[in-house]
Design a protein around this ligand. Structure first.
Ligand code: SAM
Length: 655
């Protein structure tokens, strides 16, 4: 059982105070309301996450910070009468009950209203009343209100609500398109007919449905799978050349990012391999950059580009989650790349690179090894500078905890200086040596960023996520720069890294960015983001971090998700082109309605799937295309660890 009181305190500190919520009474109210009692049982473990959570009736309880922002903006006093529209779970109403005199909260779903009412009773709130009904027109009989908080979005602020504000009263409401990001607006009644409006920033809310809000939209649902079936382009078997050919339309891009909806699905790896082969063979792509650690991918790269192995080099991908790259599917692609590169000049070869930053010890060793050969004096200095991190390199998370308790990053300066020194060496970089330099510089950058990553990991999920994705994107740019203006790259990473975060819950609610978003910002249409999805089958994943890999059954996709919609087309494999103008407007509009999307990582917990693995997204804004595989199976892992000094032909997986 988690220590909810401690989590609540941490939530107030990290999510509210650090973001500028300062009002003491409000912070105390958030300290007092047990959020875990306002969410369904299965979501309790996530009750204090920095995000909205799904509740009954397909609705959500808002992110704590957004609820706090709205309440603080309303400037509520102890005797004030407050109207909330969209009571949902009743959580925000309970917080309001602690800072206001009287609260009336309206909820259109009877099921939610009943639950919220029962919670108020159980927790002893006598000043909070839950009313079932359409609140979009307010409660004129109970007006005026000192504050009206609307927890659902409309195209405009209903006139009727403004009229129910007392003089000096404040209304806070998300306003904008129902299927896009909205603006949170604060309207203050300054006179009988006068109102002042202020913009509090972007948010994303479920729609306000009712007389003064949006229509219900029911009825259109049945036709949707049919319309999707008409737009979907069926794909043949993976080994049919027509499969990869279907992706030629994206080949004029500078960067093609290929996603995956899990880290252990064979079809996703094989499909990406087939598409990549075609982009390499026919369209001039020479960089394959994957969501793997740089030093590990570097040994694969040496293998595929027929370069010498480094002395004492470790076998690639030995650490959890080994199956993510040590699998038969990747092995087959690596073998193809090596054969493809055979006999080609250095410029024409295609390299294999890792964008991720987890192998700190491997990177430290690689920088030192490079300098050992290039400049032994500098190698001594490198050893000294990295000595600070050395004790932690096998368990860098422990460094993060330690740095936090000491209050500063003791090892930062050495890592920063080392990178600076290496970057200065670029002047001496001759063509042949450049690969080695590029490798060392990437490792030095990784050490610097990883040092920071493990420190901020304890400050909040968004900070460390952003640092990691920024690192991955910078590494990609560095590769493109190093290979010149005509270079083209293919990226393999999880959908969560490549689906543009600016148009999903990640960016809009949790302030997270990702590689796909950064690529779109930098390259525009010259970056193509292709997401992958599946309905069911098996997947390779673990129960927990560092737990053994298992082949798990993937649950059939949930009703209301994009996946279920794709499944309902009845097509086994298809490509859906989502670029502007590619879909008929009615289908596009329907797909722009936010829906659940499944994200399986290296960990898969089918028993809490809804809460652990689904998040809201808007597919056409997230991706340029969506590749669908209705039924998929787990990757085939390669056996673990090889003896050191394995035979050359078994390199880099040491089998
Ligand atoms: N404040 C809530 C809480 O703390 O759990 C979260 C609110 S949720 C984001 C929005 C709620 O607004 C949903 O429960 C939805 O059913 C409700 N809603 C939408 N339109 C409504 C309307 N016209 N009248 C009342 N409630 C409405």
């Amino acid at each position: 059982m988690p220590d909810f009181a401690a989590l609540r305190e941490e939530m107030v500190e990290r999510q509210l105070k650090r973001r500028g919520i300062a009002e003491r009474a409000l912070l105390d109210a958030f300290r007092a309301v047990p959020r875990e009692l306002f969410v369904p049982e299965a979501a309790r473990h996530a009750a204090y996450d920095d995000s909205p959570l799904p509740i009954e009736a397909g609705q959500t309880v808002s992110q704590p910070y957004i609820a706090a922002l709205m309440i603080e903006a309303a400037g509520i006093g102890r005797d004030d009468s407050v109207l909330e529209i969209g009571a949902g779970s009743g959580y925000a109403a309970a917080v309001l009950g602690r800072v206001a005199g009287r609260v009336v909260a309206v909820e259109r779903h009877g099921e939610l209203a009943a639950l919220a009412r029962a919670r108020m009773e159980a927790l002893g709130y006598s000043n909070v009343r839950i009313v079932e009904g359409d609140g979009s027109g307010g409660l004129p009989d109970e007006a005026p209100f000192a504050a009206i908080l609307v927890a659902a979005s409309g195209s405009h602020v209903p006139e009727a609500l403004l009229e129910q504000l007392g003089l000096g009263g404040v209304l806070v409401m998300p306003v904008g398109e129902r299927d896009a990001v909205q603006r949170l607006v604060k309207v203050t009644r300054t006179g009988e007919e006068d109102y002042e409006e202020e913009d509090l920033g972007p948010v994303r809310f479920v729609p306000l449905i009712g007389r003064e809000g949006w229509g219900d939209g029911e009825g259109a649902a049945e036709a949707l799978p049919e319309r999707l079936r008409a737009a979907a382009e069926p794909l043949p078997e993976l080994d049919d050349p027509a499969f990869a050919e279907a992706f030629d339309r994206f080949a004029d891009a500078r960067v093609v990012l290929l996603g995956e909806a899990s880290h252990g699905t064979s079809e996703f790896y094989r499909a990406r391999a087939e598409i990549s082969k075609r982009l390499i063979e026919r369209h001039g792509f020479t960089i394959v950059a994957v969501e793997a650690d740089w030093p590990d991918a570097a040994s694969v790269d040496r293998h595929v580009r027929h370069r010498a192995r480094r002395d004492g080099e470790e076998t690639a991908f030995q650490r959890f989650p080994t199956w993510m790259w040590r699998n038969a599917e990747v092995d087959a692609f690596v073998g193809w790349l090596r054969r493809h590169n055979e006999g080609r000049g250095r410029e024409a070869m295609t390299g294999f690179y890792g964008l991720d930053l987890y192998n700190l010890s491997g990177s430290i060793r690689a920088v030192i090894d490079f300098l050992e050969a290039a400049d032994p004096e500098a190698a001594k200095l490198a050893r000294k500078r990295y000595a600070c991190l050395a004790p932690w390199s096998r368990d860098p998370a422990a460094y993060g905890r330690h740095a936090l308790s000491e209050g500063y990053g003791r090892c930062e300066a050495g890592a920063v200086q080392m990178l600076r020194d290496l970057l200065q060496r670029r002047m001496d970089c001759l063509a042949e040596e450049c690969d080695e330099w590029l490798d060392a510089a990437a490792n030095a950058r990784l050490v610097r960023n990883a040092e920071q990553y493990y420190r901020v990991m304890y400050q909040g999920a968004a900070e460390s996520w952003n640092l990691r994705d920024t690192h991955m994107f910078e590494t990609l740019c560095q590769l493109l720069d190093a290979k010149g203006p005509a270079s083209k790259a293919i990226v393999w990473a999880h959908n969560s890294h490549i689906g543009n975060a600016a148009h999903t819950e990640m960016g809009q609610v949790r302030e997270e960015l990702n590689v796909g978003q950064l690529a779109k910002e930098r390259f525009g249409d010259a970056a193509r983001l292709i997401g992958f999805g599946t309905h069911g089958g098996t997947v390779a994943a673990a129960d927990d971090w560092d737990a053994p890999m298992e082949v798990k059954l993937v649950r059939p996709s949930l009703a209301g998700s994009y996946e279920r919609l794709c499944h309902e087309t009845g097509i086994a494999r298809f490509l859906l082109d989502l670029r502007p103008g590619a879909l008929d407007p009615a289908l596009e509009e329907a797909l722009l309605e936010p829906r659940l999307e499944r994200f399986i990582g290296v960990i898969y917990r089918p028993e809490t799937e809804r809460w652990s693995h689904y998040a809201e997204a808007v597919l056409p804004n997230q991706f340029d295309a969506w590749a669908w595989f209705d039924e998929t199976r787990a990757v085939t892992p390669l056996p673990g660890g090889p003896p050191a000094g394995a035979e050359e032909e078994t390199y880099p997986f040491g089998l």
